[in-house]
Design a protein. Structure first.
Length: 491
């Protein structure tokens, strides 16, 4: 599949980068990217994938080494979120930011690229008036309109519905230039990429693989298992030799010389131990404890009642009657195309301001917002978890954090410094400590490493409060027993 690749368009030469003394991201990294290559950048949440994108786009500079880009090559990045100070832009003003000089045919260019991402939009409409799924399309279009030589896509399928993903996939298959993608959507990646840059979170190295995504993931898994087996055999051999060494050391005389030589042999074996990859770490199965209060065991007890909803039709809200009651242990799936009002519905329900929808008194709500706007980015991770606790100790807090791969160092960091994936894991740690009666989940699979999703799905399936879920991932939904469905597109 690499036969059509061209000259080297980008090269990392002994590149190192760190966020402080304890957070090494890259350690003397070497790799090359060729023209027309379509690659996946793979690694665990927080490993530094987005940092590599920032280095390529020159948003930040390497501490050591060099990044060489082919003379004249242009670069564009599809961001994960629209900057807050852009949210009052009209569509035209938003796309004008993509160019350093005034573009006189900007409107036809915008209309053409919006067609590529399957979005119809009034060019005078403001960015904050679009839904999360529509904003995802606009983020993608912002990069595509620049027609770059190197296209960097950071989680481009987040918030996209099935039709949106199909349009994006078709475009990327036909794209004639270089493309590097960060995504946790394995099926999407396998449909168009033919190589992987694998960022090892432990060593700070990048390994380069050729082959489609699924085959490379399998190859990496085999390599990790091989490393583990080698370590197990070496450790067993080392323990046996240490026992023999101690025996000879106690004998004295010439036996001490034998013990000394054995010690040197043991040191040689210990140097052969492989540092096991932290990328393979996944969160273990967990339970989100449910709120406890009087009356919760009554079979007729209602947690949520929805009698009417507003949906967006032809750009205007339209009220529709429904009849949904959620009791304890019941789960509601809300679906519909991008822009119809799913996130707006959840926001209105959680705020208690929606007409025709209500939540029973004294219900604690665990609300997962797809843009993490419910988190205070200026607060520390520790304080965020502490504020969510319903009683409990410092040890309980730290145990919950560790369960979601938030170690002691990260607890002191500000939430804003976390990767998007780590913010997602932080949200689930909060729910565990909060003990909610109702979970409202708006696209919980966004940003989360696919290795973690089975544990997340199992936790939501076993949750004994009420659950309201919006998700465009059919594989994820299949793992949860849904009691009620509300398709806003069918109303």
């Amino acid at each position: 599949m690499t036969a059509n690749w061209g000259d080297v368009v980008l090269k990392f030469n002994k590149v190192s980068f760190a966020y402080g003394p304890k957070k090494t991201i890259l350690d003397s990294v070497d790799f090359v990217i060729r023209e027309r290559a379509k690659l996946t950048l793979m690694g665990q949440n927080g490993a530094g994938k987005s940092t590599i994108f920032k280095l390529i786009s020159k948003e930040i500079q390497p501490e050591e080494g060099s990044i060489n880009i082919k003379t004249g090559a242009t670069i564009a990045t599809s961001m994960q979120v629209i900057p807050k100070d852009w949210m009052n832009d009209t569509v035209i003003q938003y796309f004008e930011r993509a160019f350093s000089k005034k573009v006189y045919d900007i409107e036809p260019r915008i209309n053409k690229i919006l067609n590529v991402v399957n979005l119809k939009a009034d060019l005078k409409k403001k960015m904050n008036q679009f839904s999360g799924g529509q904003q995802a399309r606009l983020l993608l279009a912002f990069a595509l309109i620049q027609n770059p030589d190197i296209l960097l896509l950071d989680e481009p399928t987040n918030n996209l519905d099935k039709v949106g993903i199909e349009h994006l996939t078709k475009f990327l298959i036909e794209y004639s230039k270089t493309c590097v993608v960060i995504s946790h959507d394995a099926h999407f990646l396998n449909s168009f990429t033919h190589g992987v840059l694998y960022l090892d979170n432990f060593s700070g190295k990048v390994e380069q693989y050729v082959g489609d995504y699924m085959k490379v993931v399998a190859e990496i898994a085999i390599r990790i298992e091989r490393e583990r087996k080698k370590n197990a055999m070496l450790k067993k051999d080392i323990e046996n030799r240490k026992e023999q060494m101690n025996y000879f050391a106690q004998k004295g005389g010439k036996m001490r010389d034998v013990a000394r030589k054995m010690r040197e042999a043991i040191q040689e074996l210990e140097s052969q131990l492989v540092d096991l990859r932290q990328e393979d770490k996944t969160i273990k199965d967990f339970i989100i404890p449910v709120q406890s209060f009087e009356g919760s065991e009554r079979p007729d007890w209602k947690i949520v009642e929805i009698k009417a909803v507003n949906i967006m039709t032809t750009g205007k809200p339209s009220a529709k009657k429904v009849n949904i009651v959620l009791k304890r242990k019941e789960k509601l799936l809300i679906s519909g195309p991008n822009g119809i009002g799913k996130s707006t519905l959840l926001e209105a329900l959680a705020s208690g301001k929606a007409k025709g929808m209500g939540i029973s008194d004294d219900i604690k709500i665990g609300y997962y917002k797809q843009d993490f706007s419910g988190l205070d980015f200026d607060e520390t991770v520790y304080k965020t978890l502490s504020d969510a606790m319903t009683g409990g100790s410092d040890q309980e807090l730290r145990s919950a954090a560790a369960q979601f791969l938030l170690d002691a160092d990260l607890l002191n960091n500000k939430v804003g410094s976390l990767s998007e994936g780590q913010k997602g894991l932080l949200s689930f740690a909060r729910f565990v400590l909060q003990r909610p009666g109702l979970l409202i989940m708006d696209e919980p699979t966004n940003h989360i490493n696919f290795r973690h999703l089975p544990a997340v799905a199992k936790a939501l399936d076993k949750f004994e409060g009420a659950l309201i879920l919006v998700s465009h991932s059919p594989e994820f939904i299949k793992q949860i027993n849904i009691d009620h469905k509300l398709d806003l597109g069918d109303l």
